[in-house]
Design a protein around this ligand. Sequence first.
Ligand SMILES: Cc1cc2nc3c(=O)[nH]c(=O)nc-3n(C[C@H](O)[C@H](O)[C@H](O)COP(=O)(O)O)c2cc1C
Length: 438
Amino acid sequence: MTSLQHFGWFLARGFGPQGWGAAGWDWGHDWTTPALYAQSAQLLEQAGFDFLLIEDAPSMGSPETIDLRVRHAFGGPKHDPLMLAPYLFQATRHLGVIPTVNPAAMLPYTAARQFATLQHLSGHRLGLNVVTDTGSARHFGDAPPLAHDAAYDRAEEWLAGLRSLWRSWNDGALVADTTTDVYADGSKMDAVRHRGEYFAFDGPLNAIPFEHGEPAIASPGGSGRGLAFAGANSDIQLALAPLHEQSVRDYRARIHAAAVERGRSADDIRIMFAIQPVIVSSIEEADRIVGASAAPDDAALLAIARKQSSDLETDLTALDLDRPLDLGVFGEHVSHGSIRRLTGDRDVSSTPLRAHLSALAKAGRISDRTGFVGTAEEFADMIEELGEWGNDGVLLWGDLHPVTLHRTLDELVPVLRRRGILRRDFEAGGLHANLRAF
Ligand SMILES: Cc1cc2nc3c(=O)[nH]c(=O)nc-3n(C[C@H](O)[C@H](O)[C@H](O)COP(=O)(O)O)c2cc1C
């Protein structure tokens, strides 16, 4: 039986000149002003999306490779998505907005107070995407970057700190009784007094408690430690995994087990698989796009090399396409996982760079589950199938240009609604209420 699933939009390159270089860029939108985002947020709300999640990284990367990251605007500049959120709340009534936050960049008391303020201002529609990137450590002090798992430990301590501050007003602390002229009862507040491994602060928080829940917590980490973090803390897990039945069921089971292990229920988390679909109006067009992608020209390969050069902070554009990739070009700072995403399971010593880039260029059809190019009906078939495996929802990903949103959603939304997969109405009570409605 078809059932409702949650939909979110992921602004995957952050609050910056995302979409730079794309054919639809020159529409006269100014990415530094709110109008473009407000328009897109309204469109997402009308489409029945629960939330917009905005990627972020505070840093443009290491000084030696900064040019690779900014030249085509893949890795920066990025403005702070938390500052954009109020404008999006102002433009909408139901849409949740989830900016990305790195616990390295903000003291717990400051974060708890700012997010509490925005949770109230937004009508309880705020979320936080908690990430643990350590590459930006040098912007926040002179301590060396933490190791991978330690960054998760710090994030966990940070989040527990926020929650202890948000909960520092006990029941009855907020009185607001005009007949007795008492606003609040200080004897019902916790002093908190946190002395941890990474943070030390006192409460209580100088912000009032929430009527409809704390800001929702999202997290994207896919490692064992990342999944444990999600199980313990998150309301939404952003999942990147192959979308075949066993993989989807396994991923969900791992998150659910992590939640139960930490005393939560499997139903406390919505697991949203990230997908970047290319929705086209006919089967013929989908076949043509996929066919063309199998033989990319050098210009197409250069575009992929530029993006990879930014993500890997290593210049691939100057390398000979027809020679094997020398792994020595990658510095120590480049993660092995990222290199493997480029090389796949091909033999690096004998495979020319052209073959690795061509593999990234290759698109696949939704209809045979080899990729994400297809019609709205084909995409809806896939989402319906995911639902049969117990899926909670999907995170569609792209830029926030209205052209991108219209191309993706214009035909898709009515099809998903007709099939009973996409909500028509929102709940009262903000983001948590919408996430828990089904
Ligand atoms: C859907 C999705 C969204 C992400 N958003 C961000 C982000 O906004 N900022 C960031 O630094 N990393 C982001 N990441 C990367 C993760 O934070 C993390 O570095 C990556 O998933 C590796 O984590 P792991 O080592 O636990 O597997 C995202 C990953 C996914 C799959």
